[in-house]
Design a protein around this ligand. Structure first.
Ligand SMILES: [Zn+2]
Length: 699
């Protein structure tokens, strides 16, 4: 799915327990596990009667002109006055809402932890999961004893058959590091569920980290090596540095067969359906009939393989890499996956790599916050149910329905008026737009956790239980009708997404807060904030990837060749525009990797603006706090993007995140959007100015 905003802390959350979940996320975006947020901003504000300044000029930097850098003009003082806290790698509008929500979830979990909850209830489950993560005494005392049996079992592997059996066993607990197996909608038969494979195998963020020779990348590789050696010493393994060389060499070979993040954006080339017999012929050390049987899957005729080349390499390495080296590799992945949930030495080693080296975080987040994040990631629809009961205002849903309806009508008018698209393609685009499914707030039907056993005294075993549960829940979908009520984010998440398979746009309760949304704000604020988010998600249905899926969620061409060519020519201009943005010394935005998000940002702000123009405020000329309605709309857009970020996190995102940095998400679309020029009198020759014929308009 295409989400609005990527968060990465979840990269460290790839314990077997949640592997499958990450897998699906990697499938369509490199995104995140859930992030906690809250709705009581609004409730608490209303109850105290406090009035917010929706546009606060104290946040501006009046030394910067809107025409020089609109982002800095609108946010300069805010950026100055809101440095990144030591335990964070960035700080912005999203983080502020998130922080508030962390605190709310924290108080909810504290409340239930101090009560006697009915055994088996969701209250008992979230409270005991939370207790198991908070019990630092027990975690210290247990050190790595909960994973010692795994290490012992891996060490007993003798043959290739044992190796495959170990992978199968790990699969049942949520996932193994080598075979990226999952069960999901068949992209070309959207009413069916299919067994599928995606590339996996590596421990660093993507293939480039194994090959690039610049200083930043080398520093990360050094930190990865230190992480490995530290963990291996902690579990009492001999010759850790020699073992590192072996594991790095194997991961590098697997990385060499992996696709780059840009190549993963082409859904057609990542859809390769094989008969089980043919695929087994191609990868003869992997008997897929037998493997799928051990994975608990009923006999299949076919399998959809994202990246066949990766599986050819795995097949080759099963022959060429010694069993001893494979054992070392599996121990590494097993210990690394559990490290964030063990005793302090393990947690610190993980932080030094994932937090410090990869993200530039100076301090670890406090334990309660890490554990809240785990509970949201693992039992998100149980904690989410308690959360919405207490904090979600149903009125927000009604307000959102009105906004979505206005945006959808406006988008339809814009499609009708497009000059570059032919009538037959327009008719199909309209059909797709009118078929959007909409989800707001939280699921109608909550996930049934009744079979998950959660205890108050074993964090790792709880994660493992959840991993098993999620895996069984996933494979149980085979042969059943698609359940379109399912959600891909927990309710308190501060994010939104478009899912092309369901052709749906989804807005969790967590994002329905200021500066995105506020009941008391004027329309300019809500349209420039959540309105643009709604437009963004709608546009994903028509971006470089989403446009390849039809109204029924099938990966299928519905464009005339000529329209597709015109669309590609327009989007190439967007690629070039963003390729030119430098972020850190010589690092620049990757215009191809961020294309879908940039198209969505441009479409989102344009459609939201046109929809705003239909509101009484948009049609009028009344200034509020000295700003015209149009100006307030763009200032609202600018303030959702304010964000400080460490150099390390910026570099990580340039390499992995399909979203552009905040400053370019704010300014990039505006330089293409003529109403912005009018609102702030942008003159020829200024940095925010482009000649009219170079301003890109797609949707
Ligand atoms: Zn997006």
């Amino acid at each position: 799915m295409f989400d609005f905003y990527a968060q990465f802390e979840s990269i460290t959350f790839n314990i077997a327990a949640l592997f499958y979940f990450n897998m699906r996320k990697y499938f369509l975006t490199l995104s995140v596990l859930a992030f906690v947020i809250l709705s009581f901003t609004m409730n608490s504000l209303r109850s105290t009667g406090a009035k917010r300044k929706f546009i606060d000029s104290a946040n501006f930097n009046f030394k910067v002109k809107p025409s020089d850098n609109f982002y800095l003009y609108a946010n300069g003082n805010w950026l100055q006055n809101n440095p990144i806290p030591a335990s964070e790698s960035r700080w912005g509008s999203f983080s502020e809402i998130q922080e508030f929500n962390y605190n709310a979830l924290h108080s909810l979990l504290d409340e239930y932890s101090s009560k006697t909850n009915q055994q088996g209830s969701i209250e008992q489950k979230v409270a005991d999961f939370y207790k198991s993560g908070m019990d630092s005494m027990s975690l210290e005392a247990r050190s790595f004893q909960d994973i010692a049996p795994d290490i012992k079992r891996i060490n007993s592997i003798v043959t290739k058959e044992d190796l495959i059996n170990e992978l199968c066993l790990q699969q049942l607990e949520g996932g193994n590091p080598v075979i990226g197996f999952y069960v999901d909608q068949d992209a070309k038969r959207s009413t069916e569920i299919a067994a599928q494979l995606w590339q996996a195998g590596i421990g660093m963020p993507n293939r480039d980290y194994y090959y690039k020779e610049d200083e930043r990348t080398k520093k990360i590789r050094d930190a990865y090596r230190t992480y490995f050696i530290t963990l291996f010493k902690l579990v009492g393994e001999q010759d850790p540095s020699l073992k590192y060389d072996v594991v790095f060499a194997l991961e590098k070979k697997l990385a060499g067969a992996c696709k780059s993040p840009v190549d993963l954006r082409d859904p057609e080339s990542n859809y390769n359906k094989f008969s089980i017999a043919d695929f087994t012929k191609q990868t003869s050390n992997l008997n897929w009939n037998s493997i799928l049987g051990k994975f608990g899957i009923p006999t299949q005729d076919s399998i959809i393989v994202g990246q066949p080349k990766y599986y050819e390499e795995v097949n080759k390495q099963i022959n060429e890499t010694s069993i001893n080296d494979w054992k070392t590799y599996l121990i590494w992945h097993s210990v690394k996956g559990s490290a964030p949930y063990l005793s302090a030495e393990f947690v610190n080693a993980n932080f030094n790599y994932s937090g410090k080296a990869l993200s530039g975080q100076k301090q670890m987040k406090p334990r309660w916050k890490r554990v809240v994040q785990s509970v949201d990631g693992g039992l998100g629809e149980a904690l989410g149910e308690l959360y919405v009961n207490k904090y979600f205002n149903a009125e927000a849903k009604t307000r959102m329905l009105g906004l979505v309806k206005n945006l959808q009508l406006t988008f339809a008018e814009r499609i009708t008026a497009l000059e570059w698209m032919s009538q037959p393609t327009k008719a199909k685009a309209m059909n797709k737009l009118n078929s959007f499914m909409l989800k707001i707030g939280y699921p109608d039907k909550w996930r049934d956790y009744s079979s998950v056993k959660i205890v108050p005294n074993s964090y790792i075993n709880n994660l493992r239980e959840i991993g098993k549960f999620e895996y069984q829940r996933m494979i149980a979908k085979i042969g059943k009708p698609i359940d379109k009520t399912e959600w891909g984010m927990s309710p308190p998440t501060v994010n939104a997404y478009y899912n092309p398979g369901f052709n749906e746009i989804v807005f969790p309760a967590g994002i329905l807060h200021f500066p995105f949304f506020d009941f008391d704000a004027d329309d300019a604020i809500n349209y420039g904030g959540i309105g643009a988010v709604i437009g963004h998600e709608m546009t994903h249905g028509f971006d470089d990837q989403g446009s390849q899926y039809d109204a029924d969620g099938n990966l299928k061409t519905w464009w005339t060749d000529e329209d597709r060519k015109k669309f590609d020519a327009l989007t190439q201009k967007v690629v070039k525009q963003y390729d030119n943005y430098t972020v850190l010394d010589s690092m620049h935005v990757n215009g191809s990797l961020t294309l879908g998000e940039n198209i969505a940002d441009l479409g989102g702000v344009s459609i939201a603006y046109a929809a705003f123009m239909k509101t009484p405020q948009g049609m009028g000329h009344v200034k509020l706090n000295g700003f015209t309605p149009e100006q307030r709309f763009f200032l609202s857009w600018a303030q959702i993007w304010r964000s400080n970020i460490t150099d390390e996190a910026a570099a990580l995102r340039i390499n992995t995140d399909p979203h552009s940095p905040g400053v370019h998400r704010c300014n990039g679309p505006l330089t293409n959007f003529t109403p912005f020029y009018k609102a702030f009198n942008i003159k020829k020759g200024s940095p925010m100015w482009k000649p009219e014929n170079e301003r890109v308009k797609i949707w």
